[in-house]
Design a protein around this ligand. Structure first.
Ligand code: NAD
Length: 360
């Protein structure tokens, strides 16, 4: 089988880590009998430099025509990069929000998994970690506060800013279904997180999630208030399987969950639409502070590529092989600087890619 992959290396460490992911994907292709045809696209700062805007219509069309999109990361150092002298709608991050909207990527998946070998990097106590944890945060990505109407006005000499948080039942239903579907492939537990004691949007969220749950009697549903969830993530992360939540809560909770796993360089993510199509990228940013130094950790991007094989191309066996290769490399004691610990062998971005590809 041959698949078309839109490749968006992006800015900062993006090109370096995407190169390693491609190396590993091609090795998996050789072994499992598929080929990937890549089309490189510009987005973020790289697109601003060439086209003056972070995302062109041509890039959107090319992404839509592919089977899946694999992305590095976009953005620069806001204090020094000229990209941030542009008006907000022309900055790198605007490209990211626009592509999510254009591709209708409403479901964001972020696994938070504690590797046995990286336990030391976890800031939690051993008795809290126990046998480790393995959760999936399912965040609504195209609605809520980040996409609502907003304005800043001045009334009687006082500046006032207004943001609006809106959800309709269809937006909630489609993400809830996705959440329950994913839970079915895991430990069959959904924790829906909201602020139903205060917000109307959360009360509707809870009601619709309850309705959807009726179609999934084999999946256990519970509700949790977002403030409690923030606490539970550090008190007892083992209790979670799938956390289902709206855009802003998911933004914050998924970063908290990543911190609990210890390293941002290990965390993959997927953003999906109603079909099999998705955009896959590491959870971290473009790390401009270490760009071009061959020290970035490519594992988050490599694991995102594995998610792409699983969710968009149905190549589960190859996805498993990549995930196992990552585990094996860690077992063999290889580490990039960000996850380095005593007694391990320190390697750069390129070498880490080679080592994983060899083990696929
Ligand atoms: P960041 O994630 O880029 O970096 C935070 C810290 O983690 C830095 O010290 C960096 O060196 C380190 N780090 C990140 N990824 C690493 C990796 N793979 N290996 C080793 N170390 C790694 O976050 P930031 O500094 O807040 O943001 C930098 C830029 O990235 C900004 O322009 C921001 O807007 C952008 N950003 C983009 C995305 C995206 O493309 N989805 C997400 C977050 C931030």
């Amino acid at each position: 089988m041959n698949y078309k992959i839109a490749l968006i290396p992006g800015d900062g460490i993006g090109p370096e880590i995407v190169k390693e992911a491609v190396k590993v994907l091609d090795k998996a292709g050789e072994k499992y009998g598929f080929t990937l045809e890549y089309e490189k696209l510009l987005m973020g700062g790289a697109s601003i430099d060439v086209h003056g805007i972070p995302l062109t219509d041509e890039t959107i069309a090319a992404a839509k025509a592919s089977d899946a999109v694999l992305m590095g990361s976009i953005g620069g150092d806001a204090r020094t990069s000229p990209w941030y002298k542009l008006e907000p709608s022309k900055r790198p991050e605007a490209g990211l929000l626009k592509i999510r909207k254009e591709l209708n990527l409403f479901a964001n998946l972020r696994p938070a998994y504690l590797y046995e070998e990286l336990k030391e990097a976890c800031p939690l106590r051993d008795d809290i970690i126990g046998d480790g944890f393995d959760m999936m945060i399912m965040r609504e990505l195209t609605g809520g506060l980040y996409f609502g109407e907003r304005k800043t006005v001045e009334e009687n000499g006082i500046r006032k800013a207004i943001d609006t948080l809106t959800y309709d039942e269809n937006e909630i239903r489609r993400i809830a279904k996705r959440g329950f579907d994913i839970a079915r492939k895991r430990r069959k537990k959904v924790t829906s997180v909201d602020k139903a004691n205060v917000l109307d949007s959360s009360r509707l969220w809870r009601a619709v999630v309850e309705e959807v749950a009726k179609d999934y009697p084999d999946v256990e549903l519970s509700h949790m208030l977002v403030d409690n969830c923030a606490m539970q993530l550090v008190r007892d992360p083992k209790q979670f399987d799938v956390i289902l939540t709206e855009n802003m809560f998911g933004d914050i909770l998924s970063d908290e969950a990543s911190m609990v796993t210890g390293s941002i360089g290990m965390l993959s993510s997927a953003s999906l639409n109603e079909t099999k199509f998705g955009l896959y990228e590491p959870s971290h940013g473009s790390a401009p502070d270490i760009a071009g130094m061959d020290i970035a950790n490519p594992i988050a991007t490599i694991l995102s590529a594995a998610m792409m094989l699983r969710f968009s191309l149905d190549l589960d066996e190859a996805a498993d092989a990549i995930e196992n290769a990552v585990k094996q490399v860690l077992k063999d004691g290889y580490r990039t600087g960000d996850i380095m610990s005593e007694g391990c062998k320190k390697v750069g971005c390129r070498e880490m890619g080679d080592l994983i590809a060899q083990r696929v």
